[in-house]
Design a protein around this ligand. Structure first.
Ligand code: FAD
Ligand code: EPU
Length: 341
């Protein structure tokens, strides 16, 4: 049976910026069958379609003229493949943090550093979510999806996904063409723990933990994140608004001679450095500065904030002001991480 469709629905409760725009139509799917039924409904086949998870990486700047499909595809299964390794498959509508907590409670390591990231399992591969020294690509085995074009089911291996820093095929060649329905992760009872990200070590030390478990790392990450990132329930935001820019070493050395305090890390690509965009934005004076109902967060200048009632346009205009001023001062053009609609 085709799920029911509601018309003219406010999206305010469905995006973490809290932008009050309207979708022409909305439906919710809780299985691949329901999704396929929606996609094959001829009365709506010509409408643009947007699959929405937690709405925590999206900025609506206008009403959405098509059909918003809320993802409620749930279910978790695990297969023991020997030597303490598991293939764990989660429906794409599972809440990401609850799923991570489930894997931690089962003793399956691999996702603990990605605790407390908002959103759904299905959105995780889209921008290859990352935090505290881990990217989800490190443990993705494959991604199952349904083609929006013809309803066929496609399985992407991790290599097929062309993962990069906050990037994948789903943001490029395959953008808007697939609904991810499930993700399979390869997790292990014998993980290599990633405690190298400075703040994690400090947090473990503070709690006198010398031999951390995956649960200890998850807790440390939750504590660090809670202390600096605003909770969208209290303050509208979508996490980092921009990516940390990658520049070549020569440009970096010339910037460093002019700005000795600049914060940068090796990017993983030889000859490239990744700059801390939060630092660049802070140096331009934007940190904690509120203009109207918008601004860059007082504890983390990379986070664009809706102080209440701002429009998507106002937020985007502010982001462009910030981006231009960073370009004027440092000659570096920031790229938006958040999906603009
Ligand atoms: P949505 O915002 O619903 O969707 C994002 C995009 O993916 C949209 O284009 C949507 O159409 C598409 N999409 C969603 N689901 C599917 C699907 N099943 N199939 C096909 N397309 C789909 N990100 C990080 O990487 N690291 C962080 O540390 C981090 N911290 C954050 C902290 C805060 C406070 C907030 C608000 C956000 C943070 N984010 C972070 C960003 C965000 O949580 C992630 O990008 C997350 O994966 C988005 O999930 P979502 O379900 O909310 O996606
Ligand atoms: N910094 C400043 N001023 C600021 C913010 C940061 O100087 O206002 C400096 C910090 O002092 C630190 C450095 O910049 O030395 C990096 O800051 P932080 O550790 O907070 O991380 P980030 O680079 O700002 C990235 C991700 C986050 C992720 C954290 C932790 C991107 C775009 N952002 O932020 O991801 O949670 O690292 O790993 O890569 C997201 O993508 O939405 C997101 C929140």
């Amino acid at each position: 049976m085709t799920p029911s469709i509601t018309r003219n629905v406010s999206l305010k409760a469905y995006n973490s910026f809290g932008i009050d725009v309207y979708a022409a139509m909305m439906t919710s799917v809780s299985s691949v069958q329901e999704l396929k039924a929606v996609l094959s409904d001829e009365t709506i086949s010509n409408l643009p379609k947007l699959i929405l998870g937690g709405g925590s990486n999206i900025l609506f700047t206008a009403d959405y003229p098509g059909l918003v499909i809320l993802n409620n595809i749930k279910g978790i299964t695990a297969k023991n493949i020997g030597q303490g390794d598991y293939l764990v498959t989660a429906g794409s509508g599972e809440n990401w943090h609850q799923f991570v907590q489930h894997t931690v409670s089962m003793g399956w390591g691999g996702l603990e550093n990605l605790s407390l990231i908002p959103g759904t399992v299905g959105a995780a591969p889209i921008q290859n979510i990352g935090a505290y020294g881990v990217e989800v690509k490190d443990v993705i085995h494959n991604v199952e999806a349904v083609s929006l074009k013809d309803g066929s089911i496609v399985t992407f291996s991790a290599a097929d996904c062309h993962f990069g820093y906050r990037d994948s095929i789903f943001k490029r060649a395959a953008k808007g063409q697939f609904v991810i329905t499930a993700v399979t992760f390869i997790l292990t009872e014998h993980p290599i723990l990633h405690t190298g990200y400075g703040a994690i070590e400090d947090e473990l030390k503070k709690n006198h933990i010398t031999q951390p478990s995956i649960a200890d790392i998850s807790k440390a990450v939750i504590n660090i994140r809670s202390s600096k990132l605003p909770d969208p329930k209290n303050l509208g935001n979508a996490g980092s608004f921009f990516k940390n820019p990658e520049i070549d070493e020569h440009q970096f050395l010339s910037l460093k001679s002019e700005h000795p305090g600049i914060i940068a890390y090796p990017s993983g690509t030889p000859g490239q450095m990744k700059l801390a965009a939060g630092w660049l934005i802070e140096q331009c004076g934007w940190k904690g500065k509120q203009i109207g109902q918008v601004g860059m967060h007082a504890q983390q200048a990379l986070v664009l904030v809706n102080y209440g009632g701002a429009t998507g346009r106002a937020l985007l205009n502010h982001a462009e002001l910030v981006r231009n001023s960073v370009h004027d001062k440092f000659g570096v053009m920031l790229e938006m991480e958040v999906n603009i609609l």
